[in-house]
Write a protein that binds this ligand. Structure first.
Ligand SMILES: NC(=O)c1ccc[n+]([C@@H]2O[C@H](COP(=O)([O-])OP(=O)(O)OC[C@H]3O[C@@H](n4cnc5c(N)ncnc54)[C@H](OP(=O)(O)O)[C@@H]3O)[C@@H](O)[C@H]2O)c1
Length: 272
């Protein structure tokens, strides 16, 4: 699997999302994903599935050194003490000594960025998080973290798919060599029935979902973490890497409306 080098870690460009899967369903999905060859698993304290993922990893037989696991601290736990407490709990549930990437899941009004990143950097120094990063950070927040705090962030995980323009934040991230990890890369499944993508897919003997993933993975500095509970969909998403889009396909995808954001809680920051 193709991977980025970022802040000392190797981040596979296609990962398995796990939001809204818990318990045995999550365990089975992650076991199946690992058996098919996924080596990047995305979870979060907030998903309440780290225990199921820990069980799946333990039973998979995949060497730890081949596996990348991302987890995240929820925004109710951004004080240093709380962050350490939930970090310890995440590691324990995942049955790991070290997590590959630890992200701030969502910014929160009034959060104290210097103490948050000091805590994250200590976790990195202690070699319990191999790298640290953020999710849902806009340009202003990224500037503070990167330019003022000089935090070595390995990615910004944000919503990105064929129906949403993220060019402004991506331009800033590219200028600082920060990879974009695209969440909701299938627009929460909507991409699978988009008529334009279906037509492009027919031309290449591929599905609309595969076209949507390929479009993301064709872009420098972009990784994607589609969630798929079914083995067939997991395999199809891996096979998206075999699809080849041409300029005409890319023109058609560029012309799709790109103003649809599907994840936007009330406390989301202004984006530009
Ligand atoms: N950092 C953040 O704030 C944040 C926010 C949201 C999500 N995330 C992460 O990003 C991951 C992905 O986002 P998401 O789960 O919201 O949406 P998504 O990956 O865009 O879409 C998932 C949906 O697409 C379906 N699907 C998967 N592969 C398919 C295929 N090949 N053909 C047709 N349908 C397919 C899934 O089906 P099934 O239901 O059958 O599995 C599911 O309904 C999450 O699971 C989570 O790990 C992070």
């Amino acid at each position: 699997m193709e991977a980025f080098q970022t802040q000392g870690i190797k981040l596979p460009r296609l990962g398995l999302g796990t939001y809204r899967m818990q318990g045995d369903v999550c365990r089975a999905a992650v076991e199946s994903g690992l058996a098919l060859g996924y080596r990047h698993i995305d979870t979060a304290e907030m998903y309440s599935n780290e225990d199921a993922i820990g069980a799946a990893i333990a039973s998979s037989g995949v060497p730890r050194s081949e596996l990348h696991v991302t987890t995240k601290v929820w925004n109710e736990n951004l004080t240093p003490d709380a962050m350490r407490r939930v970090f310890d709990a995440s590691l324990k549930k995942l049955r790991l000594d070290v997590v590959d990437l630890y992200l701030v899941h969502w910014p929160k009004e009034g959060m104290h960025l210097p103490s948050m990143f000091e805590t994250l950097m200590k976790l990195k120094e202690e070699r319990r998080a191999r790298a640290i990063g953020v999710a849902n950070f806009n340009i202003a927040l990224l500037k503070t973290v990167v330019e003022e705090l000089k935090a070595p962030i390995a990615c910004n995980q944000i919503e990105y798919h064929v129906m949403l323009d993220q060019s402004k934040v991506k331009k800033y991230m590219d200028s600082k060599s920060i990879p974009l990890v695209a969440y909701c890369p299938l627009a929460q499944g909507r991409a699978a029935s988009d008529e334009t993508l279906v037509a492009i897919g027919k031309k290449h003997n591929a599905s609309a979902a595969q076209v949507a993933l390929r479009w993301l993975l064709d872009q420098d500095g972009v990784a994607a973490i589609p969630k798929a509970s079914r083995r067939e969909s997991q395999q199809a998403n891996l096979d998206a890497l075999k699809v080849e889009l041409d300029d005409d396909d890319r023109r058609k995808i560029a012309a799709l409306p790109k103003n649809q954001r599907f994840v936007s809680p009330g406390f989301a920051p202004a984006w530009d």
